[in-house]
Structures are given as structure tokens and as C-alpha cells.
Design a protein around this ligand. Structure first.
Ligand SMILES: [Fe+2]
Length: 306
């Protein structure tokens, strides 16, 4: 089977050795265990911010921009120019800070093309009505499998990696792949596949596809939860390490075994604390709902549905 997108990403990783590598600075949000990556081309100082977090306190309904402001400070201090705000998927465990970052730093907001499927599912679940467009128009750009763009002068290839959600994409920037919720650290395993539209079989195939990139490909994860015997957070690994050591999906684990494991494990997991606030904001490109006539914004809480 030919896989032109994977081929392009592979060639790109191999070619990356001939020029300065994409530089990555990570900001970790401990309450949601999310790693936001700032990736920039050291030659042009142009960069992308992948999977940002807006702080949110559920009990008080308060949002805050502490995490995003830290990134903004770094970008300004290092005189970087942000061209892209990338989302690997519509997150279910944190609110995106992309609109805030865009307002402060510029750049285009992008996500996977299949976000329209996720918008359809959750538009219905939240009974959003016709004011909520389900065509991805809340984003500046939608990327499909094999689509290419650049961060500075470093080429990027998008890979569609559905499973955790139907819309997940990985951004392969030079030799570094930002893989969202697919693989986690080798000692922790893989992302869950039981959200509306999730699919364990699809996740396995997406993961095997990522693992056919060159062994030295750097992988940057969206989350880390530590692991038994490890008391510090990690968010970077390689294809080679995942292939030999991933506890769920190292080489030799076949599709049936993975699907059985993933399905059984997902049944034991609680829903993420912030799934309801997160999803309804993130399918709108991270924008909070408009204020009502008293000037206050409200989120919806569907009862007895999930
Ligand atoms: Fe996720």
C-alpha cells in the first residue's frame, strides 16, 4: 500500500539532519497534565504553538491566562514571531488558549479537517442550534492527511491520526512529530479511545503509522501522567523508544490484542474532570460562548447524557 503522506513525512525527517533542527520549548500545565509545545525555527525565529491551555477552575467558573501569559512572555523575550496556533484535536480535558494567544501574538489557528465530524457530534450533544457552524469556519485553516506548510523555513507534513477522536492530526515539523493524544510515554502507554467518535482499532492503525516514521523521529506528546516508578513529568520520546518499550503497543503487539486491552482499560476510566466545559469551548476554536444580555458568559451542562 502506498502512503504518500507518510512517505513525505519520512523524507522530511531524514532531510532535517542537514539544517538546524526545530527547537522545542515545553510548558507543562499540571492541573490538566497537558504539555504545550512552542516549536520554532532557530534560523528565522518563526514558530508555532501546539495545544495551549486556558486555566479554568470548575468550582468558581473562573478562567485565567497564567499559562498562556508565560508562553507570551517567552515569545517576546526571545523575539520570536508566531505564525501558527496548532491544535492536534478538540481536547476534552482542557480549554484551549489559542484565541487569546492569537489576539496577543498573531498567527493562524489550525486543526484537522475532520473537526467538522466532531462539531456535528458535539453540536448535537450540546443542542447548539444553527448559530453554531459545523463547517470548521471557527478556524483559519483545516489540515488533512498529507497537507504541508512550514514553520519558518522548516517543512511540516500533517498526518491524520484518528482514534482518540475522529479528527486527530499529528504535525511532523522537520524531524519532530507533535502527535497529540495517540501515544504517551513508553512507560505509560496510549490515549483512550472511548470518547464519542473514538475508535480503538483506528487508534492502533494511526499509532502503527506514526511508528513507521524513522526511529530517530522525535515525538512530542500532548500529555503525561507520570507512571509507576517515575515521579517526574516527561513529554518527549522517539519512534525507536516507543517501538521497543511502549507498554501498550511495542513492536509485536497486534491489532486484536491492542483493541482488547484498550477497550477493557477504557471501561475503567472516569471521564476527564473538564470534558463538558472543554469540548463545548474547543469545538468553537477555543472561543468562549458569547455573553448573554447581562454581560455574563455561560457554559452548558447536559444532565444524564454522558
Ligand atoms: Fe485529548
Amino acid at each position: 500500500m502506498t502512503d504518500a503522506a507518510l512517505q513525505r513525512a519520512t523524507e522530511q525527517v531524514l532531510a532535517a539532519k542537514t539544517r538546524p533542527l526545530i527547537q522545542v520549548v515545553t510548558f507543562f500545565d499540571e492541573p490538566t497534565f497537558t504539555a504545550t509545545h512552542l516549536a520554532f525555527d532557530p534560523a528565522t525565529r518563526r514558530g508555532a504553538i501546539v495545544d495551549s491551555v486556558l486555566n479554568f477552575d470548575y468550582a468558581s467558573g473562573r478562567t485565567a491566562t497564567r499559562g498562556a501569559d508565560e508562553i507570551i512572555d517567552y515569545v517576546k523575550r526571545e523575539s520570536l514571531k508566531i505564525d501558527w496556533l496548532l491544535e492536534t484535536h478538540a481536547h476534552a480535558d482542557h480549554l484551549s488558549a489559542a484565541p487569546y494567544l492569537q489576539q496577543k501574538l498573531g498567527g493562524k489557528l489550525a486543526i484537522g479537517r475532520e473537526i467538522t465530524t466532531v462539531q456535528t457530534v458535539f453540536g448535537k450533544l450540546f443542542n447548539f442550534g444553527t448559530e453554531f457552524a459545523r463547517d470548521g469556519s471557527q478556524f483559519d485553516q483545516l489540515f488533512g492527511d498529507g497537507d504541508t506548510f512550514a514553520v519558518g523555513e522548516i517543512p511540516v507534513t500533517t498526518l491524520h491520526v484518528p482514534g482518540h477522536t475522529p479528527a486527530d492530526v499529528a504535525f511532523v515539523i522537520g524531524d519532530a512529530a507533535f502527535i497529540g493524544d495517540t501515544l504517551f510515554m513508553p512507560d505509560y502507554g496510549t490515549a483512550r479511545a472511548d470518547f464519542p467518535g473514538g475508535d480503538a482499532r483506528g487508534l492502533y492503525r494511526s499509532i502503527r503509522r506514526l511508528l513507521s516514521l524513522p526511529a530517530e523521529t522525535r515525538l512530542f506528546l500532548c500529555h503525561d501522567y507520570k507512571a509507576p516508578g517515575r515521579d517526574h513529568f516527561l513529554w518527549e520520546t522517539t519512534v525507536g523508544d516507543e517501538r521497543t518499550k511502549n507498554v501498550h503497543v511495542h513492536d509485536g503487539v497486534d491489532e486484536e490484542a491492542f483493541v482488547a486491552m484498550r477497550t477493557a482499560r477504557d471501561k475503567t476510566l472516569d471521564l476527564p474532570h473538564l470534558i463538558l466545559p472543554s469540548v463545548q469551548v474547543n469545538v468553537r476554536g477555543g472561543r468562549l460562548p458569547p455573553a448573554e444580555d447581562n454581560g455574563t458568559r455561560y457554559l452548558k451542562l447536559p444532565l444524564d447524557l454522558l
